[in-house]
Design a protein around this ligand. Structure first.
Ligand code: G1P
Length: 298
């Protein structure tokens, strides 16, 4: 139960249709947030939490992801010739971050299926699942609290965020037992994207999970939903009813920090503005300009 979590699975096979036409020929994970691809924030978050073995679940047209985390000899050689150490560091940074492995999902059968594709790589140990669309502000890390919860209770851990009830139909939603204690709550059930009237709570599941390997056997027998997708939420609902001896039990860690959905245009723009305005290098000039822009509206 106290096995250390070392590996993370990063599903990245989605088509990014919410962001067309930008994502017609560019993976959505490569869209920049300020000056870094969105996916690099996720990898940095994993590494900061001690997860150094990452498995990307990709699909066709995701080659730029592999290239981004690989060496770029030509660019490196050119920067070295110019002795531009600063830019060279920016280029090599993403290469040296972690050990990244890739597997293709094949059929686009949903998040549960993407996680199942990771089974051979993960084996029989607990692992994280990190969704690229969810950008957790680097100043508000949540994985360490999730790891503590796993060490305390075993089983699986989800990350929960309170959202307005009207927004719950965009998320998995957790039924919980009682009020949170120390930001932790026991999850008794989960439902994928319920209508507000059917939602058991206003706790939305956001894209960070610590899963017990027992999830694989459950995913393997989880039926696709009406849209033909195998939902991770459905497997978690089963885990929530299983005993600790069977690898069951689900706890929720309540997240109240800054988080952006980089797959959603409005939230993506907000992430760019917030993160740019708070940067030491760009921030002062950007904030001045922004103040002027806002003043010009009134
Ligand atoms: C997925 C999950 C959903 C979760 C969400 C978090 O949905 O299926 O349960 O709440 O990620 O971002 P998606 O946004 O991929 O439709």
């Amino acid at each position: 139960m106290n096995q250390v979590v070392r590996k993370a699975v990063v599903p990245a096979a989605g088509l990014g249709t919410r962001f067309l036409p930008a994502t017609k020929a560019t993976p959505k994970e490569m869209l920049p947030v300020v000056d870094k691809p969105a996916i690099q924030y996720v990898v940095e978050e994993a590494v900061a939490a001690g997860l150094t073995d990452l498995l990307f679940i990709t699909g066709r047209s995701k080659r730029p992801l592999e290239d981004h985390f690989d060496r770029n000899f030509e660019l490196e050689a050119s920067l070295r010739r110019k002795d531009d150490q600063e830019k060279l560091a920016l280029v090599t940074e993403s290469t040296d971050l972690a050990r990244i492995h890739y597997v293709r999902q094949g059929d686009p059968l949903g998040l549960g299926h993407a996680v199942l594709t990771a089974e051979d790589h993960i084996g029989n140990e607990p692992f994280a699942v990190m969704l690229g669309d969810d950008l957790i502000d680097p100043r508000d890390p949540i994985l360490p609290a999730m790891m503590e919860a796993r060490a305390r209770f075993g089983g699986s851990v989800v990350c929960l965020m309170e959202v307005p009830l009207q927004a719950i139909s965009l998320y998995g939603c957790a039924a919980v037992e009682g009020e949170p204690v120390d930001g932790l709550v026991r999850v008794t059930g989960l439902v994928e994207k319920p209508q507000p009237a059917d939602a058991p709570s206003s706790y939305a599941v956001i894209g960070r999970y610590l899963l017990d390997p027992a999830v694989f056997a459950i995913l393997a027998r989880t039926e696709p939903d009406r849209g033909g997708e195998i939902q991770l939420t459905d497997a978690l609902r089963v885990l929530a009813t299983m005993s600790a001896e069977e690898g069951g039990g689900v706890h929720g860690v309540i997240f109240s920090g800054r988080r952006y959905d980089t797959g959603d245009r409005l939230s993506y723009l907000q992430a760019n503005v917030v993160l740019a305005s708070e940067r030491d290098d760009l921030g002062p000039d950007f904030r001045d300009w922004l103040r002027g822009l806002v003043a010009s509206w009134s």
